[in-house]
Structure formats: structure tokens, C-alpha cells
Design a protein around this ligand. Structure first.
Ligand code: GDP
Ligand code: CA
Length: 330
């Protein structure tokens, strides 16, 4: 069985960890893992150059989470982390002092940057880093090209300015009203090797509860990826990242607002759309508190169900994954 997941950072990583636990139960390989082949296509729109190193927040969150190295409470970064280098760097007044680069995390960025400088593409570099962490999935960046999400915000009464997504998200806590998102470098980008094949040859494609705008939306915007999702013979099922009118963790509502989509499980589903009507989905899993959304969507031809979707721990997340697969008969 081949499963392909389109992921952002924390939401996608946690979901995939539960999915792997479920598959290890259903299709065990006898060594604690699964015989199912899971591919994660991760957003790299949040990537940035900082202090001379390439930082890939979502790739690393997936790698650390599935590799058992993640800082569990935080959801990203390394456990047992320290920040001596960051603290010291701040004294030089260079870079962004509000963006935390942990000491152990920095080793990952240094290794990645070294390999990139040797001329290897990000997909090959990611595979190299994953040899250490053994995430149990094939982890692919959406593209080997540098595509960065920037945010257009108002600046003064008439002007607008562009800032990197991470600056808007982390430094300004998404409080500056975003007018729109721009993926810088998108035109020249092509999917990383293996991405289109993973979508084409999958038995099921899953959109986990990741940010629908700046995670899922950015991956789908890479020329060729959306078409591959639309064209795949596999069923495509999504899990709502919105529960009861709110993004569970983080500030995804600010992103939805910027693109004029209401923060509701139903509106996000309709935004992503049914494949039979120019969208990318066949099925949509919502939380029990959004049972009314499921009823409304079902009336419009959606395959949908309401179950508890809070990823409180791995077993609970495995049940969410089971419900998602169940929606498409798996
Ligand atoms: P990021 O790149 O780290 O922001 O992570 P993602 O894009 O993968 O996912 C972030 C989104 O996951 C958040 O905006 C939430 O809407 C969603 N999310 C986080 N935790 C949960 C959860 O327990 N259940 C559900 N349904 N969604 C969640
Ligand atoms: Ca992210």
C-alpha cells in the first residue's frame, strides 16, 4: 500500500506519526514498522536563509517528529535544546534575533547548508539528513527550487510592504493584517524528483490537518502538483485543520482571513473543493463539534464524517487516520 501525505509542519507531522502507528498495526513489517510505503511531500515555502544557513522549518518538523527527536510540547525543534549560539549571535546585531535557532537544530542547518553548497539539490540533502533520523517515510520537499512565501501587509496609510512569512508569523504573531501571500520564485519551480510519481502511483493521498493556505496551498501552487493531485487514480481525503471555528494551534485563521475564507471546517472544505468540481478532494473528515458541517457537505455530494480530531496523543491520532482512510473505503 502506498500512501502520500501533503504536509506542513506541526499538524502534518503529528498526523503522519499517528498514520504510521495505524499502518504498523494493520500492515506490520515484523520490526515495529509497516510494509506500507508512506511518502510525505512537505511545504518548503517557509524556508529562509538566516545567519548564512538554510532553515527548512516544515521539513525539519516532520523529520524530528517522525524520528523521535522533536520537542514535544513545542511541536517543533529538538528536545533537550539550548540556545547559547542564538543568544550570542544577538550581540552582533545581525540576522533576526526573534527567530530561535537552537544549538542542536543549528547542526542540522549547518549540515544542510554544507550539502547544498556542494551542489546537491534539497531533495537529496533531505534524504541524507533523514538517514540519521529514520523517519519511516520518504520525506520529499515540494520542490528543489527556492520558493519562499512572503506576506503583503499595509505600511502607512497608502503603502504596502512585503515581508517573509516567518517574520510575519513569528515576529509579528500574524497580527499585521495580511493582504495576500506571494510565493517568490514560484514561476520557475518544478516539483522535486519523486513528488509527481508519489501522487500518481499512490493508493491514497491524504491532506492532513495542515494550514490550508500557507502549507497545503503553497504545495499545491507548485506548477504540476495540483494537476497531479487532480489526476491521480487514488482517492484524496482531507482532515479539517479547523475545529469549531478555530485553528487548533497557531494562527491559521489569519491566513484564511487574508484569502477571504471563513475559519470553519465547511468553508475550508469548499475552498479546497471536490475533485468532481475543479477541486482537489474526494472526502473530508471534520471534528464531532462540526457535525453540522458534515451534514451540509454530505448534502452537496461530499464523502464526510464527524469524529474527534484533536491529535492529543499517538493512539488518538491513529484513530483519526483510520477514520480518514475509512472515508475512502480503506
Ligand atoms: P505548521 O507548518 O507548523 O504551521 O503546521 P501545519 O501547517 O502542518 O499545521 C498547522 C495547523 O494544524 C494549525 O493551523 C491547526 O489548524 C492544525 N492543527 C494543529 N493541531 C491540530 C489537531 O490536534 N487537530 C486538528 N484537526 N488540527 C490541528
Ligand atoms: Ca510551516
Amino acid at each position: 500500500m502506498k500512501v502520500t501525505v501533503i504536509s506542513g509542519g506541526v499538524g502534518g507531522a503529528r498526523f503522519t506519526r499517528g498514520l504510521l502507528a495505524l499502518l504498523a498495526e494493520r500492515l506490520p513489517d515484523g520490526k515495529g514498522g509497516t510494509t506500507a510505503a508512506v511518502t510525505v511531500v512537505a511545504n518548503t515555502g517557509d524556508d529562509l536563509w538566516l545567519h548564512g544557513v538554510r532553515v527548512c522549518p516544515d521539513l525539519d518538523t516532520v523529520m524530528y517528529t517522525l524520528g523521535g527527536a522533536v520537542h514535544e510540547d513545542q511541536g517543533w525543534g529538538r528536545r533537550a535544546e539550548s540556545s547559547r549560539v542564538s543568544t550570542d549571535l544577538a550581540s552582533y546585531d545581525v540576522g533576526w534575533e526573534w527567530f530561535t535557532l537552537g544549538d542542536l537544530d543549528l547542526a542540522t542547518h549547518l549540515a544542510r547548508t554544507q550539502l547544498l553548497r556542494e551542489g546537491r539539490p534539497l531533495s537529496a540533502v533531505t534524504a541524507h539528513l533523514c538517514r540519521r533520523w529514520e523517519p519511516g517515510v520518504t520525506l520529499l520537499p515540494m520542490t528543489d527550487h527556492e520558493v519562499e512565501t512572503h506576506v503583503v501587509v499595509d505600511d502607512g496609510p497608502t503603502g504596502q510592504r512585503l515581508l517573509h512569512f516567518e517574520e510575519w508569523w513569528v515576529r509579528h504573531r500574524a497580527i499585521l493584517p495580511a493582504r495576500r501571500f506571494v510565493q517568490v520564485g514560484l514561476e520557475d519551480a518544478v516539483p522535486a524528483p519523486g513528488v509527481v510519481e508519489a501522487l500518481r502511483d499512490a493508493d491514497v493521498v491524504i491532506l492532513p490537518p495542515s494550514n490550508p493556505v500557507v502549507s497545503i496551498g503553497t504545495v499545491l501552487a507548485i506548477p504540476g502538483i495540483r494537476d497531479a493531485v487532480v489526476a491521480t487514480r487514488a482517492p484524496v481525503v482531507g482532515v479539517s485543520p479547523v475545529i469549531g471555528g478555530a485553528a487548533v494551534r497557531g494562527m491559521a485563521d489569519a491566513c484564511l482571513q487574508a484569502i477571504g475564507v471563513e475559519t470553519s471546517a465547511e468553508a475550508v472544505a469548499r475552498h479546497l473543493g471536490l475533485r468532481t468540481r475543479d477541486g482537489v478532494l474526494d472526502a473530508w473528515l471534520v471534528d464531532t463539534v462540526d457535525a453540522a458541517a458534515a451534514t451540509a457537505l454530505a448534502r452537496d455530494g461530499w464523502s464526510t464524517r464527524a469524529v474527534p480530531t484533536l491529535m492529543t496523543d499517538v493512539p488518538a491520532t491513529a484513530r483519526i487516520a483510520a477514520a480518514a482512510l475509512g472515508l475512502v473505503g480503506l
